[in-house]
Design a protein around this ligand. Structure first.
Ligand SMILES: [Zn+2]
Length: 419
């Protein structure tokens, strides 16, 4: 490989609205604003990392300045479009607030705000991670955002909109980027692989997409890594090795066992993960992702059409979901997410994982509170001597109370004078 290698995320960075993945609501609104020439003077693009905020900012800047625009789409070929895509255009000033958070940094950039654009119609200021600005820097920015010269547009991008002062927020048109779905990421990765002449093994792209929590850029970086380590025919096993993962079938097997109350399987699994040097946080992320699939399947009541789940997995997922029940799954998702948040900082991460998995093995046995109340009420009513009618036919899963439970109910009734 004599030529220099361009990372996939850069090589396949969209240059037109039409190429943005997974943000149709934003593409629609921005295209419409540009096509009808009703463009706000300040934009706020929010969303988690790798969802396309900076890319969109550049496309928007291109669209504003491209002399050969077609509808809302920039041509992608004129000097303005080319230089904006490379981050080198004179009229588009990009600044990363994470490393330039001081008031002097922002003042320096804004000094030129009155200068007329060199080539295009607008001078566009793109400020990435804008929430990192200091208070005084925000104040300096606010002055200009309040009353910008007509040839100036601001595009602010952030992963933490709640950290931005209300005074700035209220002056921006806000666009919320959503996480890209697993299926959308898979489709994009397929296109990239086809273009690169790569032949990913079965299930690989989905495994990668499951890892990245809706960030397309991360997915492309993972693919880069796989190509670098394993060549152009990477398999699921390669991904498990390179990223320190546990395979999805193995995770499903674990949840299946835990759903049946097998707490030992949780302890053995923890040992397996820690002994083999897997990345614990990644394994937990995969478990969270798998639990989400279970929840989707459970909530859809068996109709998996349109779900973000592979069709061939549905029967197995449905079976495992049933062992937990939908209430249980919500709890499982909470426990796993909490465990993942704590595990990196924990003094004894192994114990954190073990206790979580043992808790999961108890979830299948928990009865939803509502059902428990109904059953208790029912039992309390039917134990009244005046109740002559036979108890209604018991549904499966709603067995009559045992002697001990009955005694407890009677004791409660005596104590509280239950009706
Ligand atoms: Zn152009």
């Amino acid at each position: 490989m004599a030529e220099s290698y361009t990372v996939l995320a850069l090589k396949y960075r969209p240059r037109r609205f039409a190429d943005l993945v997974g943000q149709p609501h934003i593409v629609g609104a921005l295209s419409n604003a540009i096509a009808t020439n009703r463009v706000a003077h300040a934009f706020l693009l929010t969303g988690s990392r790798g969802t396309g905020k900076t890319t969109t900012a550049r496309i928007l800047a291109s669209a504003l300045n491209c002399p050969n625009r077609q509808g809302a789409e920039p041509c992608g070929e004129c000097p303005s479009c080319v230089q904006i895509a490379q981050g080198e255009d004179l009229d588009v000033i990009e600044m990363d607030a994470a490393s330039n958070s001081r008031v002097d940094d922002i003042r320096e950039r804004l000094q030129t705000v009155e200068t007329r654009p060199a080539r295009g119609r607008y001078r566009v200021f793109i400020i990435d991670e804008v929430h990192m600005l200091s208070t005084s820097a925000f104040n300096a920015l606010l002055k200009t955002v309040e009353e910008p010269p007509p040839h100036v547009k601001f595009i602010l991008a952030t992963t933490n909109p709640e950290k931005i002062p209300e005074t700035i927020l209220s002056r921006c048109q806000r666009y919320d980027f959503r996480r890209v779905t697993v299926s959308e990421i898979v489709t994009r990765l397929e296109q990239v692989c086809a273009n690169e002449g790569a032949e990913p093994g079965p299930g690989l792209l989905r495994a990668v997409a499951e890892l990245v929590e809706g960030g397309l850029r991360d997915a492309l970086s993972r693919l880069d890594q796989l190509f670098a380590f394993c060549g152009l025919k990477p398999t699921v096993e390669d991904a498990e090795r390179v990223f320190g993962l546990v395979s999805r079938p193995r995770l499903l097997e674990l949840l299946e066992a835990l759903g049946k109350g097998d707490s030992k399987s949780g302890i053995l699994f923890t040992e397996e993960v820690f002994e083999s040097g897997k990345d614990v946080a990644e394994v937990l992320a995969s478990l969270v992702s798998l639990t989400r699939s279970l929840l989707l399947v459970a909530a859809s009541g068996g109709d998996a059409k349109g779900l973000d789940v592979p069709a061939d997995e549905v029967p197995r997922l449905t079976a495992v979901a049933q062992t937990f029940g939908i209430h249980g799954l919500v709890y499982v998702a909470e426990l796993l997410t909490d465990c993942r948040n704590r595990v990196r900082r924990a003094a004894f991460p192994r114990v954190v994982v073990e206790t979580t998995l043992v808790k999961l093995s108890l979830v299948g046995r928990l009865e939803p509170l509502q059902e428990l109340m109904t059953r208790l009420n029912h039992a309390a009513d039917s134990s009244e001597p005046r109740t002559e009618s036979p108890p209604p036919a018991t549904e499966p899963g709603k067995r009559p109370l045992s002697e001990r439970e009955q005694a407890a109910v009677n004791a409660l009734k005596r104590q509280f004078g239950a009706r």
